[in-house]
Design a protein around this ligand. Structure first.
Ligand code: 26V
Length: 808
């Protein structure tokens, strides 16, 4: 591709698509035209990739996930195809503003947070490493809700991201499959074998929409297949409608389509709603049927299935892939139980992403059984056989067997099914994997020690550095060459420039410019003027008690109290930046958002503190906003209660953009510390060991903290005594959680060491050479947190897949 050719093709494409000349074009028409051109170009590579995969017959992996938090795709695709420069120049000649066109694309927000974004980074790395790996998910009509802040409160609005269509997807109506719900299972005999006949079920049509996932400047184009729920014409027109029951027919259609209507927005709380279970089965049944159809069509033998196909389940949400694969092999392919079980466990691998007990999935047996009668029978049989083995091993230890059973206390325990029915179980950071083995899943670890392993998370440096921070990327290339673009471990070469003051000056300038850009965004969106010379201290993530936004806020209140007492207090000016969404039904988290706004109101207006402190909340945190914040951040707040954050991935995005982590010894923070060394990170607070000991033995009293530390007493009292510009009882629930509910997440216990950690940040920042050296050291060591490293480990350690070279 070159500029002249691009211009010609673009104008032609525009005219054929829109039947008018470019002078009459709306910005959206221009966006669509560019999208269609990119898609056409990728299509050729896509076809070629698929042909190569078929011809070479190598093993492929399918990543099953209820969430893919992709963000925008157009600029990404331009960069990966190496078209960005050409398009920029061509558009300049056509007087089209590329940045504006790119901004028209809605974020594909089909995820809640860490788990969904990880799936998107993994797809990016699979394609960029030329690995044959594809995503399977749901094409939600509405993505994660849009957050509006009204009077300091979060309000949720729908996210109609498909309103203008989606240029990247291709609907494959001919590849639709049927998914069955409800009904009854009748047993019959056939050739001396029991067969299972599923009758009187409802059928939902699953229609796939495929999007290309192009690799970074290579020829690989993998597939993300998202399923949409529709009624079969048969059901809609003939059975119900012909009975003259028009209203019920419409209602039925609506019910079926509701399966792919919305993404559930609560990511740390198991809700037990039937629609969510329907979504989960819909995803795995449709995906498995299509994988097996295709596998057989290409001549594959089912006995070889697990040598040719790996299926990974992203948390337990797609765990019904285990009984569904059993069902297909046994009921439809006439295989015996033992062989089906062998193939199923050899095919499936599972990642756990959370240890919060309230997020562990379980479904009431009666609900499960009536929705999925045949699947229930299979789960029951899996449970019988598993428990039988346990009886032999543990003789009469009923308590232990009960704790491990898949069916127990009236529930189906999804994590138990995942461990029993897969060959690999991994956590997402070293500490998290250890906690799984030693605590949460200790019984299972005793039975299946060989299944357990760790795969520390990672992030794609292409989106989170090359795309989001182009000036830093350019400086890195100018300094160490371009090898790092394809191999992020090369970033370590930057360590040779740790003491290079010219280089550090450039690092400073880039950060400063990024801060200026963010300052403008902040002023545009909130009207708040922030000082670009102040320390940008950032906490952006889901709002949750265990992530402890409250700890950050209590420290801000303490600083504010000190400044009011002594406006000349010797601290460097700070800007505290927050963003994040609360689950719609999570009252405490919503009140935390209100508290951030209340403090911002109070503090930003108070001229007596001489602009030393500003508090900002940016609404509607999403991938695109994140891409603007990370490059401008200086302090990365990673302050979860130790043992609670499985890994965290925002911590890695900050580090890669040169921010210093202020964090607890939790999740991947520990590995960041190991990578950069203690002098290049600021650690505080209880260790996981200490936290777990408190949970086990008791002995923590929040009231003791209140009485022992006068700062805590003052601040907590200010929450409820009318000091804040809000209704007097507004923050009573936050106050009660910290005191009357004995501070479940040890906010007060860690307060004092958190304050000290901030003092240390203040000192370090006060010595620019030292701070910049730390910043360089963090960037240099961030290569280990590339999702390319993570995916290589999954590929060789779990999936047993190899790269497939796709030619021009
Ligand atoms: C759970 C549920 C519960 C039922 C309703 C819908 C729903 C949706 C998502 C989830 C799972 C959330 C788990 C999660 O996001 N964990 C995060 O995973 C990141 C990637 O591994 C990791 O970095 C974070 O530490 C971890 O909190």
């Amino acid at each position: 591709m070159n500029k002249v050719l691009f211009k010609q093709l673009f104008l032609e494409k525009f005219e054929t698509m829109h039947g008018q000349t470019i002078e009459e074009a709306s910005p959206m028409d221009l966006y669509m035209t560019l999208g269609a051109m990119i898609r056409d170009f990728m299509s050729r590579k896509w076809i070629h990739t698929n042909q190569t995969y078929v011809n070479q017959g190598k093993k492929q992996v399918y990543y099953f996930s209820m969430e893919f938090l992709l963000g925008k795709m157009m600029e990404r695709n331009l960069l990966y195809l190496d078209w960005k420069k050409i398009v920029l120049e061509a558009f300049e000649e056509l007087s089209i503003d590329l940045e504006m066109i790119l901004s028209l694309e809605p974020d594909a927000g089909l995820g809640n947070g860490g788990l969904g974004r990880l799936a998107a980074c993994f797809l990016d790395s699979l394609a960029s490493l030329q690995l044959p790996g594809h995503g399977c998910g749901i094409r939600y009509k509405y993505g994660f809700f849009d957050q509006k802040i009204v009077d300091g409160y979060q309000v949720e609005l729908p996210d109609p991201w498909l309103k203008h269509g989606n240029v990247w997807e291709i609907r494959k109506a001919d590849k639709a499959v049927e998914v069955r719900f409800g009904g009854v299972v009748r047993l019959d005999q056939h050739d001396n074998k029991t067969i299972f006949i599923h009758e009187n079920y409802d059928t939902v049509l699953a229609v796939p929409y495929d999007s290309p996932i192009v690799g970074f400047q290579n020829n690989t184009v993998n597939t993300l297949r998202l399923w949409s729920a529709e009624t079969t014409m048969r059901d809609f027109d003939f059975s119900t409608f012909n009975r003259g029951d028009y209203l019920n027919a419409v209602k039925y259609k609506h019910e079926v389509e509701s399966i792919s209507q919305i993404l559930y927005p609560d990511d740390q709380h198991q809700e037990g709603r039937i629609l969510r279970l329907k979504q989960q089965y819909f995803l795995v049944s449709a995906s498995l049927q299509s994988i097996i159809h295709r596998y057989k069509r290409k001549g594959g033998s089912l006995h070889e299935f697990s040598n040719k196909i790996a299926i990974h389940i992203n948390d337990t949400h797609p765990v019904l892939a285990i009984p569904e694969l059993m069902r297909i092999l046994i009921d439809e392919e006439d295989m015996g139980w033992d062989q089906a079980w062998q193939l199923t466990t050899q095919t499936i691998s599972y990642t756990n992403h959370t240890i919060l007990p309230e997020a562990l999935e379980k479904w009431p047996i009666d609900l499960f059984q009536s929705l999925l009668p045949r699947i229930y029978m299979i789960v029951h049989e899996i449970n019988e056989r598993f428990c039988h083995g346990l009886w032999q091993r543990y003789l009469n230890n009923w308590e232990k067997i009960g704790q491990m059973a898949i069916l127990a206390d009236g529930y189906v325990h999804m994590a138990h099914l995942a461990v029993v029915g897969s060959h690999s179980v991994n956590g997402v950071a070293e500490i998290h994997s250890e906690i799984l083995k030693k605590q949460v899943m200790a019984h299972f670890y005793e039975v299946f020690p060989y299944k357990f392993n760790n795969k520390t998370n990672g992030i794609t440096p292409r989106r989170w550095l090359i795309k989001s921070n182009p000036s830093l990327s350019q400086l890195i290339t100018d300094t160490i060459g371009s090898a790092w673009l394809h191999d992020s471990s090369e970033l370590i070469q930057l360590m040779n420039h740790e003491e290079d003051s010219y280089f550090k000056q450039q690092i400073f300038t880039i950060k400063h410019n990024n801060k200026l850009t963010l300052s403008r965004i902040i002023e545009d969106k909130t009207g708040i003027k922030v000082d670009p010379n102040s320390i940008f201290d950032v906490q952006i993530k889901r709002i949750h008690a265990y992530k402890r936004q409250m700890l950050n806020l209590l420290h801000i209140m303490d600083l504010y109290n000190q400044l009011r007492e002594n406006p000349d207090l010797d601290i460097l000016p700070r800007t505290f930046i927050f963003a994040g969404k609360s689950a719609p039904s999570y009252y405490q988290a919503k009140q935390t958002i209100k508290l951030i706004h209340t403090l911002a109101d109070l503090i930003n207006k108070d001229s007596s503190i001489k602009d030393k402190l500003k508090v900002v909340f940016l609404e509607n945190y999403n991938v695109s906003l994140a891409e603007k914040i990370f490059p401008a951040a200086e302090v990365s707040e990673q302050i979860s209660t130790a043992s609670k954050e499985a890994s965290g991935t925002g911590n890695m995005k900050f580090m890669m953009n040169g921010a210093i982590t202020l964090g607890t010894l939790d999740g991947a923070n520990i590995e960041i510390k190991d990578a950069v060394g203690e002098e290049n990170i600021v650690i505080f607070g209880l260790t996981a060991h200490e936290v777990l000991a408190y949970y086990r033995n008791g002995g923590y009293s929040a009231w003791d903290m209140f009485h022992q530390d006068s700062r805590i007493k003052t601040i907590l009292t200010q929450l409820i005594n009318g000091f804040l510009p809000a209704a007097q009882d507004e923050f009573r629930s936050l106050y009660d959680a910290l005191l009357y509910q004995n501070d479940e997440y040890f906010v007060l216990k860690d307060f004092s060491s958190y304050v000290d950690a901030h003092r240390r940040i203040n000192q370090l920042y006060g010595n620019p050479q030292q701070w910049l050296r730390m910043s360089v050291c963090n960037i240099a060591h961030s290569g280990r947190f590339s999702s390319d490293r993570t995916i290589s480990e999954y590929a060789s350690g779990i999936w047993q897949i190899d790269p497939v070279y796709v030619g021009e």
